[in-house]
Design a binder for this molecule. Sequence first.
Ligand SMILES: *Cc1c(COP(=O)(O)O)cnc(C)c1O
Length: 403
Amino acid sequence: MATKSARTASYIEESEKYSAHNYHPLPVVLEKAERVWVWDVEGNKYMDCLSSYSAINQGHRHPKIIKALKDQADRLTLTSRGFYNDQMGPWLKLLCGLTGYEKALPMNTGAEAVETALKTARKWGQYVKGVPAGAQEIIVCANNFHGRTITIITFSSDAQTKDGFGPYTPGFVTIPYGDAKALEAAITKNTVAFLVEPIQGEAGVVVPPAGYLKACFDICKKHKVLLVADEVQTGFCRTGRWFACQHEDVRPDIMVLGKALGGGMYPVSAIVCDDHVMSVFKPGDHGSTFGGNPLAAAVSTAALEVLRDEKLDERAAELGGYFMDRLRAMKSPHVEGIRGKGLLIGMVIKSSSGKARPWCEKLMSHGILAKDTHEQVIRFAPALVITKEEVDWAVEKISETLR
Ligand SMILES: *Cc1c(COP(=O)(O)O)cnc(C)c1O
């Protein structure tokens, strides 16, 4: 046992020695995974309740996605957009069909897709809405998380995220989350877009009041402002619908997609919108060397097919509801509440019971890997392929930990 834990320590030591210290991981070194399960270098098995921040909705190493990755790797991996390839068109057709939009613009990471949406909105504002060049305003919400670029951290509410990285990008206005009246009050003649997460994941799984997104949608329509939904974390069946906006029958003007779009295997992101918005782009306006590459397209096609064919939206709705009911029934003195939708679940730890991080360390020793988000919240977001028996197992381990 001693030599085994020395192995873990040496991997951690090496990572800490040679990598920037921009993360604070749990002290576990993983080497293998399948579906909802992961194994560390000592052979211990855990349930992955983080799923790489919902990038692994299809489960670790889904055989169909692995096959698509391997087959495509044997044919063609990268063309750049300097040439066409035979994978991107069919992939974007499928993506547009599943999302219900006319056009898609592929990128790689979520932050790039958010940047793409911001650029789209600004250019649309200038050339379609008629806002003077450079006067475009975009409204965002307090406690948002949209990624890590300089422009995106400009409108973060989190001091640490911003500190030292100035000067910042102008043109953003912050309003409270969940308050549609504040949106209407913040709109000016220069407002081009409202960027919002349907559920704030990184803020601690914050679900807005019922009717919020619908009210925002109506306000945006009335004032000719684009509603841009960041579905990077909430999208692709995570909350029990294909996209979280669908809980309120809202169809945003632009959806920002990432994470599970790559099936937990390859970084793939995109925005989707209709042609009257996307048509602001002309050749040379915007791009990415790896965006829309054939390997990404093949992997993402398989990732989408798995979500569709295995009806993972329905599974997330059913098992998410069951998971939340069982967590609520635990009635632990340490837990202030359970919130979320589908399999995006936040357990709020009472401040009298300490912060969430030490509880995550305890959960780890009981075989559950979960991460704290925003000090007091533990997020439970297992892959959507989880079974009812596995949810029962997780609930048992969580209640053991809290006892
Ligand atoms: C993770 C995330 C992003 C950023 O995605 P990256 O791939 O890490 O750049 C953007 N928006 C939301 C809501 C996210 O959860």
